[in-house]
Structures are given as C-alpha cells and as structure tokens.
Design a protein. Sequence first.
Length: 320
Amino acid sequence: MQYANNILELMGNTPLVRLNSVNKGLKPLMLVKVEYFNPGGSVKDRIGKYMLDAAEREGLLKPGGTIVEPTSGNTGMGLALVASLRGYKCIFTCPDKVSIDKVNTLKAVGAEVVLCPTAVEPEDPRSYYSVATRLASEIPGGYQPNQYQNQNNPLAHYETTGPEIWKQTEGQITHFVAGVGTGGTISGVGKYLKEQNPEVKIIGIDPQGSIYSEPENIHTYLIEGIGEDFYPGTCHLDRIDEFVTVYDRESYDMTRRLAKEEGLFVGISCGSAIVGALRYAEQNHLTEKDVMVIILPDNGRGYISKAFNDEWLRKNGLLD
C-alpha cells in the first residue's frame, strides 16, 4: 500500500513546470517551481516544519505550548499544520491588508488571528511584529518562531528547495528568481546553488515601496507576501546578485494571466515573480542556453477577494 503517515510527509519535492505563453518572444527556458503542491498550499510549509522541529529539539517549545507568529498568511498555515498534529495552539498576527480569504483559512485550521495596522513602523507597538512579540511574552508557554530572524528559515531551503532544483534541472540552471520577503527562500536556495556553480545568478524580486530595491522610497503597496520595511536577519544580501523592482498593477495583471494562459492558479507574489523574471530576461538578453527557475510561492486560494475580484481591483485602481 502507498500512503503517507501524516500530512507533513507530503512537504517538498514540488514540480517544475515550463512557461509557454506569458513568456512568448523570450529565448531562455523558463521553469516555475510550483510550491502550491505543498499540503498547506505554499512554500512556507517548508520553514514551518523546520522552525518547529528545531524549537522542540532545543526545548523552546513545550507540549501544550502556544505558537505566536507575525505572518501574511502562508507561514501561519505552515506552522498550523504542524501544530494541529502535535497539539499546539496558534495565534497569528497579520497586517490588515491581508485578504479575508487568508484570514478565514487560518481560522479554519484552528488558529486565532489578530489583525494589526499595516501603515505603521515595525517598532510601533501596534505593528503585527510588535504585537506578536508582546503576546508571546505574556502567554504562558508562548513561543515565537520569528521567521524574520530564525536561521532555520533559510536552512530549510538550503537543505530541501535548493537540492531539488539542482537535481530537477540536472545542474543546468543558470538563473534563479524569487520574490523577497523574509529572504529565507532566496538566501537558502542561493547559497546551495552558488556552492554547486558560482556562476548561477540569483535574482530577487521586490515591490516598489519595499526596502530591498528602493530603501530611500519606502511606502505601502498592494502586493502581498513579499517586500519589507526593514532588513530581516534571514535575508543574506550577499547571496543575491541583483534586485528587480515590480509594481502593483503589473503584478496583479500577471497573476490573472497565469491562471488564464498557463493554468497556474497562483497568488499575487507569483505574478510579481514572473513580471520580474520576464523583465530581467529581456533586459539582459538571455539566450536559448539559459535556464531560469522561478519560485511560485503559493496558490490563488488566498486571493479570491482581491486578485480575482474585479470590483476590488477597480476600487484600488488596478483594473480599468
């Protein structure tokens, strides 16, 4: 008989899929790593398990404890999957720009969600970072994995995502592209790929208004899941060769195109990653010899009320 002993055994080993439509006119082989095949629907499943496994080994998370974490949704789901199997309670703080779909999904798996204002500084006591830190210290048995500083975040991708990509491309990858939020994915994968071949280019995708590509022009934006207003300890900038800035409208447009033209029902940061990858490939005149792998972090389930809602898009100036 073939079966998994539990849902956690289904994490990782996600497929590569070739782009055929949205990249017409460009020469390189462009492959997307479809992370919504993880059981929680996103790349963050990988780090959720890694961070909690480490916390249990180090005695930081005790039986019956409460996991408290700031998240835009996907990390929360990855943590909640582990928590549901191991008997932990979860409280997640989210910026109020997060879609109601993500909030309801977290509640569906038993988590408590606390919404916090988006447009405040990270150190503001009202920010979702500060509220999570306060709750973790106040709640008996509280533990904050802290995906923004926890080095098990990039380690998860160094030990799983990176080797998968190298094996799947038979070592022929020339460019790796990923949106940058905590920086764990691009830092972990980037380190592994550079160790295999220092010539592989590591390209970070960043929303306009985020600190990585425009530190002098930080402001709010409508793209979810990537970009920051501070430098997380899990983002190792020395492993990133270049950043490409993307914009709200083109990211939402591409998210919808991926569903209609490629059959890839994915989230907004996936649209951002593709926009940035196409821009980089065109501007750098990539050829038939180049093999580009792009991370698609999650599925479209959490964005029904936004990216796939014409009324919301028009209200926010993202659709004519």
